[in-house]
Unconditional design. Structure first.
Length: 325
């Protein structure tokens, strides 16, 4: 086990493609014989991304119900990082919540190590923070940055920006995305791609810890967007699930989850605004897949009434088992 533990932070707004990029990075590092750990942070009470990432030999730690960069979750974040330092892994990725606003990571890690050392004595290894990589959706990053300071801070506080979904972005959207990034972080390296594909050597070269991780975070518990979880036990047809996701697109900025279709296939559904995807999901883990749909609201305003109304229109025969996050 390497003396120090390399740590990379992956940020990006909801639906930008963080999990897709992470899957590729993890596979690349495991192919090199490295034991990889991932700390998954989600804004809702249920983690969907951990199921997407699971495969053999991967250590996954979940911290849900809020951004780890928010003051209300920093104690849990610190405790998790203390424990992770003792795990038999060679590399750690942190997938930040989609609304995560990263702060001074280097300073935070030093505080954690100091606290751990005061309790346990001299540490056998330390964190080696390698920097942050930000995934940006070229189709909508400008719209989100106009209204969400967290999105702007994610861009400002990184050295490496992956401009994703370039295959579906229009020429105007691509140009506007580049203009925004240049305004917010002209020194960042920007890599255009689709499906989160980046060369491993580029990742090693461009991810740097010395750029932008200092400054106050804007995350506050009172600013956390409303979120709900719907139980999808039983079977559902894809057409109806798509109709429900479309109906909720006006009040949910992000929707994702798993369900079983009428042919007993496990399916993964996700929506970012009006963009909806439903596809088969091949589970690699033996753990039970949670048949649930997570919805994250546009703001802090609860939206259970809207969910109930849309559900009754699409599934009049099924009860809506919805729990606020």
């Amino acid at each position: 086990m390497e003396k120090n533990l390399p740590l990379y932070l992956v940020t990006g707004f909801l639906g930008a493609g963080k999990s897709t990029l992470l899957r590729r990075l993890i596979a690349s590092k495991q192919a090199q014989g490295l034991r990889v750990g991932v700390l998954v942070n989600e804004i809702g009470a249920v983690s969907i991304d951990s199921s997407l990432l699971e495969h053999d030999g991967l250590q996954i730690i979940e911290l849900n119900e809020g951004s780890v960069f928010c003051h209300c979750k920093q104690a849990d974040f610190a405790l998790a990082l203390e424990k992770i330092l003792d795990l038999p892994i060679d590399l750690l990725f942190i997938e930040a919540s989609g609304i995560g606003d990263p702060f001074g990571m280097t300073d935070f890690l030093e505080q954690i190590e100091a606290a751990k050392e005061s309790k346990e004595g001299t540490l056998s290894r330390h964190y080696d923070y390698r920097g942050a990589i930000c995934v940006a959706d070229a189709t909508c990053i400008v719209d989100y940055a106009d209204v969400l300071v967290q999105v702007r801070n994610q861009i400002q506080k990184t050295s490496f920006i992956v401009l994703n979904k370039m295959d579906v972005a229009t020429a105007d959207e691509q140009a506007e995305a580049h203009e925004l990034i240049n305004q917010l972080n002209p020194d960042a390296y920007v890599y255009e791609t689709t499906f989160g594909q980046i060369p491993s050597e580029l990742f090693n070269e461009q991810t740097k810890p010395d750029t932008s991780m200092h400054g106050k975070t804007t995350n506050r518990c009172i600013d956390r967007p409303a979120n709900c979880v719907i139980d999808l036990s039983g079977t559902y047809d894809c057409k109806s699930i798509r109709a429900f996701l479309a109906a909720m697109s006006t009040c949910a900025v992000r929707q994702k989850g798993f369900f079983t279709d009428e042919n007993s296939n496990s399916m993964y559904a996700e929506a970012v605004g009006n963009s909806i995807s439903i596809k088969p999901f091949d589970q690699t883990s033996e753990s039970e897949l949670k048949q649930q749909l997570v919805l994250i609201g546009l703001n802090i305003k609860p939206f259970e009434d809207e969910i109930t109304k849309a559900w009754k229109q699409v599934f009049p025969e099924k009860p809506c088992l919805c729990v606020a996050g």
